[in-house]
Design a protein around this ligand. Sequence first.
Ligand code: PMT
Length: 403
Amino acid sequence: MVQDKNILVCVSGGIAVYKACDLVSKLTQRGAHVKVLMTESATKFVSPLTFQALSQNPVYTDTFDEKDPEKIAHIDLADWADLCVIAPATAHIIGVLANGLADTMLPTTLLATKAPIYIAPAMNVHMYDHPAVIKNMLQLTEWGYKFIEPGAGYLACGYVGKGRLEEPQTIIQVIENQINQKQLLNHKRILISAGPTIESVDPVRYFTNHSTGKMGFALAEKAAELGADVTLVAGPVNQRLQNNSIERIDVTSAQEMYEAIHERFSTADIVIKAAAVADYRPKVAHTEKMKKNSSDLSIEFERTIDILQTLGEQKTNQFLVGFAAETTDPITHGIDKIKRKHLDAIVVNDVSEEGAGFGGDTNIVTYITKDHQKIPFGLDSKEGIANSILKQIATDLTKKDDK
Ligand code: PMT
């Protein structure tokens, strides 16, 4: 799996540096192109020459050691890497990264890369348990860094516990799983919608719904992790994307969402509409604040465009997936929407069910295929549900391509 992949191995200074030699050797033997970047303290444990011989490439240690005047070494390295792994990662380098510092070549390069970054920590058991280290690891996890947990056992410092650098074989296994996953939706162009829409009554009042965008954002992040080129069209939400390769387009109303999606529809391979789009909007959006008076108020509504239905009517080869938020009989309503909106699949959630639907971090859904096969995904985090949905879409796409 690692054959011909560009892997940047970043080595920080701890006794486990000797294991990084084995890691580099094994990756190279498997056909990966490996470059090694060391901190100065790592060079106190093992000489750069060892890594140079094992990787068959020059080793980088100093931001200012610019070997090629036509290139800026750390940017060149950041762009070159398909994947980066820090092994061993000390408490210090984890802290540096969690604070966004660029004081040496290793963190500077990692700040500049768009490749996924794996961190394999190695340190004393008490250091690993320290709240500062835990806080830094949580921060990095939130930013999308992936941790390869250390193993437990005898540590060089004399303690027995968690803190031993994971074995090179296991680190490679994790890397291979990542590459394997990435091939699932490799370079498929996915268009995803998320969040609610806002329909104005006047400059201070509007109609909307309870969608927070969590489900759609989880789909976008997972799709990017599985190798897709993702565009996310988001209604007004408070969500942040971790993966900066995702193109994000912010919209407000159903009409704006339609325009953003319609513009990109012809070049999409897969479209997933997780947004909760308003079905109606006030017939008149007043330009000035409506003044109250003593009588009741009636507002006349008109239909918004049904984006999904329009896409269903226009689709050529796109795989079109809708969502349905229901409170009764979700399967029947879901099947009805597949037919009416010409969908390839629909994901139904009963939003009155505990743990499902709007706002929370979890969902419970049933994925229904075009031929009405029902695949339930039980209570799981929205990330887990997104993963299951996308894997199912990848399976359905393969079947479609085989026909
Ligand atoms: O955002 P969260 O807080 O995480 O909540 C997630 C969710 C509940 C919003 C999500 O899981 C979900 O169910 N999204 C679809 C909500 C919805 O609008 O369902 P619907 O049954 O009203 O619409 C059916 C489909 O038609 C949806 O794909 C919707 O995007 C689409 N639609 C609806 C109306 C419209 N005018 N245009 C559309 O494209």
